[in-house]
Design a protein around this ligand. Structure first.
Ligand SMILES: Cc1cc2nc3c(=O)[nH]c(=O)nc-3n(C[C@H](O)[C@H](O)[C@H](O)COP(=O)(O)O)c2cc1C
Length: 171
């Protein structure tokens, strides 16, 4: 095995990009009604009982302040036909409100934006926000879930690109 003891962040990103992931759209609402929206693939489940999930957010993200002040956060596990939402939510320089323009959404618990046609949705509140390097790990206590009936091909991300589906989200 060849290892590289010294590597730059581009190499590190390429190595991590060999791990195929799903893609989520994270939305949030603050106490004052400001919203955030961004694309996240660092999502994973943490605990079954109680139900907890996590995602990692760059402290450099313009969404970071609103996520830190979020009253409620929703994670949408995207389908293959929602790539447009993933691309829009990953656009730098747009506010949460601007990212949501042109995306069909409704107000969920506490007013958090919910994208209704998404195959799987989890909503909850921040349990812990753990700083690690240039990211913060948001651990959420999940109190609402929604599963859309029927098998749906999941949106995937692999080697820095949206990829052909490797999984189907089944009912
Ligand atoms: C497929 C994909 C996955 C992403 N995953 C993350 C992530 O897990 N954490 C993160 O901080 N940014 C992630 N990003 C980048 C954010 O979506 C991007 O910073 C953000 O949408 C730009 O808006 P912002 O200014 O609010 O950060 C991802 C982008 C893409 C396209």
């Amino acid at each position: 095995m060849t290892t590289e003891p010294l590597f730059d962040s581009t190499t590190f990103r390429r190595v991590c990009g060999q791990f195929p992931t799903g893609v989520t759209a994270v939305t949030a609402v603050t106490d004052t009604g400001e919203v955030a929206a961004l694309t996240v693939n660092s999502f994973t489940s943490v605990s079954l009982e109680p139900a907890k999930v996590l995602f990692c957010l760059a402290t450099s993200s313009s969404s970071f302040d609103r996520l830190q002040r979020a009253r409620r956060i929703a994670v949408h596990i995207l389908a293959q036909d929602q790539e447009d939402v993933a691309r829009r939510f990953a656009t730098s320089g747009l506010s949460g409100e601007e990212k949501l323009e042109g995306v069909e959404w409704t107000a969920g618990p506490d007013g958090v934006p919910i994208i209704p046609d998404t195959p799987a949705i989890l909503a909850g509140t921040t349990d812990e926000a753990i700083t690690s390097g240039d990211h913060v790990i948001f651990v959420l206590d999940v109190d609402h879930v929604h599963l859309k009936p029927g098998p749906v091909p999941a949106l995937s991300f692999y080697q820095g690109r949206f990829a052909s589906p490797t999984a189907v989200i089944a009912e």
